[in-house]
Ligand binder design. Structure first.
Ligand code: NG6
Ligand code: CA
Length: 514
């Protein structure tokens, strides 16, 4: 009793001063450490959302983001396919520099070396809670690939992520299971998973042998193990209790993303929310099936818009809207038939997935990498349409700048610090950008684009996409001709030489950030 008064006084003092420092910490964190959520759609084209010109389909939530935020009309992923784009966004380096970063099989080892500084590391080092939910497709595990029946390491936990809930590769690749923090979710140890990409294992039916069991038929490839009535790329057996149900995949991811936000609402957080929508197989939730009139591809776009809405609603319900930068973009451009007969071609109507752009997914033409690209922070950023040249590869240097986390020389070799541009405060675009097509490279500088000659097919026999390949050099003036219809290479040979020399130098230098 004797000591009570001084102790009480001290505790009150500690309480008050604790409160004061907590308030300023919170204030500081909201101002200089906003939460960041990257919503990364899969295979969504520049023309697939109504704010970028679609008229046959409406995406009101994504439109709202664009109306509130900075809507980029010249924003690019780094590559026209998934794995290299994700590699570049997370490492700040062009994937063409690193062999083995092409479209990864479902049993690939992790393609990012744990020693590499990543975008998640930047946030993590700045005191953020970091999470990745959704499509990974960057390989898992060490040499020999992932151990599906144990703890999968290395993984996102070695690349700066505190939390992960993943589809390991793609929806059309085995194993059709989710992993949560390095372990297959719902796995029964008595029914271990085996995966093989070379030959059939186990007795599961395949699309090739048992097409009568399919609810969706392949149009090319995709005829290996059948899971949930859909044949996939690759063979798997076991793991019955862990298999995903495609219809509820978006729900599963969105719920995990919502939980992550809930659990970290008090701290700054970085969430990389990589949707499966609208990649194949397109198997929308029953809420959306048949709703677009464009078949499952259109329905998947509606479902994607709904998922975006749920994330925004979650932020709003926690009063985090103004404290959170939301980025919405896509890993590569659009494809209509990507291997399943899902009526996407037949029901396309007049819809133009690439908008005014030529090509699509896999292509060296601009629809390959020029994608919807929106940065939004209501109350903090003013709406603006921006035509500056930016790329997802720039996120790393830009957020390093925002968080005062200096990059070392070897880090993020191709990431330009474009924070002001991303926040709509500067109109100076990156000096040039290298676009990685499926088989060839292209470079954009100012109004000009040069595509390196390539012997690959001009039109893919599978997807019917114009691949941008040509045995001759191609040069386009994107300002006069955004649809890349007039090859000006013969008229401006000196421009061709200038850009081809620049690309050579970029390759030789091994970096573009100095
Ligand atoms: C291709 C698949 C395609 C898709 C793509 C990866 C075939 C014939 N095509 O090899 O369906 O899975 O890989 O897409 O198998 S991405 O968006 O993840 O890069
Ligand atoms: Ca993709």
């Amino acid at each position: 009793m004797k000591n009570c008064l001084p102790i009480c006084v001290i505790s009150v003092f500690v309480l008050i001063s604790g409160c004061a420092s907590k308030t300023s910490e919170l204030k500081g964190s909201a101002e200089s450490k906003p939460n960041v959520v990257i919503i990364y759609a899969d295979d969504l084209g520049y023309g697939d959302v109504s704010c970028y010109g679609a008229t046959k389909i409406q995406t009101p939530t994504i439109d709202k983001l664009a109306a509130l935020g900075i809507m980029f009309t010249n924003g690019h992923s780094s590559s026209a396919s998934c794995t290299p784009s994700r590699y570049s966004m997370l490492t700040g380096g062009y994937a063409f520099r690193k062999p083995g970063t092409g479209i990864a099989p479902g049993d690939a080892a992790m393609i990012i070396d744990p020693e590499t500084k990543t975008l998640a590391d930047v946030f993590h080092d700045a005191g953020y809670k970091t999470g990745v939910v959704g499509k990974w497709h960057l390989g898992l595990g060490g040499e020999g690939g992932p151990n599906w029946n144990g703890f999968i390491s290395p993984g996102p936990q070695d690349l700066g992520f505190d939390y992960s809930f993943l589809m390991p590769a793609t929806g059309d690749r085995v194993p059709c299971v989710y992993t949560e923090n390095g372990r297959v979710q719902g796995l029964d140890p008595a029914d271990p998973i085996k995966v093989n990409y070379k030959e059939k294992i186990g007795n599961e039916p395949t699309g090739l042998e048992n097409p009568e069991l399919l609810k969706m038929h392949p149009s090319h490839g995709h005829n290996n193990t059948i899971v949930n009535g859909i044949s996939r790329i690759g063979f798997m057996t076991g793991g019955k209790s862990a298999l995903w149900v495609d219809e509820y995949m978006s729900e599963a991811f969105t719920q995990k993303a919502e939980n992550f936000i809930d659990q970290n609402k008090e701290k700054p957080f970085f969430l990389y929310f990589a949707t499966h929508g609208i990649h194949v197989p397109r198997v929308p939730n029953p809420l959306f099936a048949g709703k677009s009139g464009m078949g499952p591809r259109g329905d998947a776009i509606l479902e994607l818009d709904w998922c975006v809405g749920r994330i925004l609603d979650k932020l709003e319900s926690l009063q985090l809207t103004e404290k959170t930068i939301v980025i919405f973009t896509s890993d590569n451009g659009p494809v209509v038939d990507d291997g399943y007969k899902d009526q996407a071609v037949e029901l396309l109507g007049g819809h133009k997935p690439g908008g005014p752009l030529r090509g699509g997914k896999y292509s060296a033409f601009n629809a390959g990498t020029q994608v919807p690209f929106i940065v939004c922070q209501p109350g903090k950023l003013k709406h603006k349409k921006s035509d500056v040249l930016v790329s997802q590869v720039d996120f790393m240097a830009s957020f390093s700048k925002m968080l005062n986390q200096p990059l070392q020389g070897k880090d993020a070799p191709d990431s330009y610090e474009m924070l002001d541009q991303l926040l709509g405060k500067s109109d100076t675009g990156r000096p040039h950008f290298v676009h990685q097509g499926f088989s060839t490279l292209a470079i954009i500088q100012g109004d000009w684009k040069y595509i390196v000659p390539d012997k690959g097919p001009e039109i893919s026999e599978f997807t019917n996409i114009e691949m941008g390949n040509n045995r001759m050099p191609q040069l386009y003036n994107l300002k006069d001709d955004p649809g890349e219809t007039q090859n000006l290479a013969a008229r401006y040979p000196e421009k061709v030489k200038e850009l081809s020399d620049l690309l050579l130098k970029i390759k030789e230098d091994g970096r573009t950030r100095f």
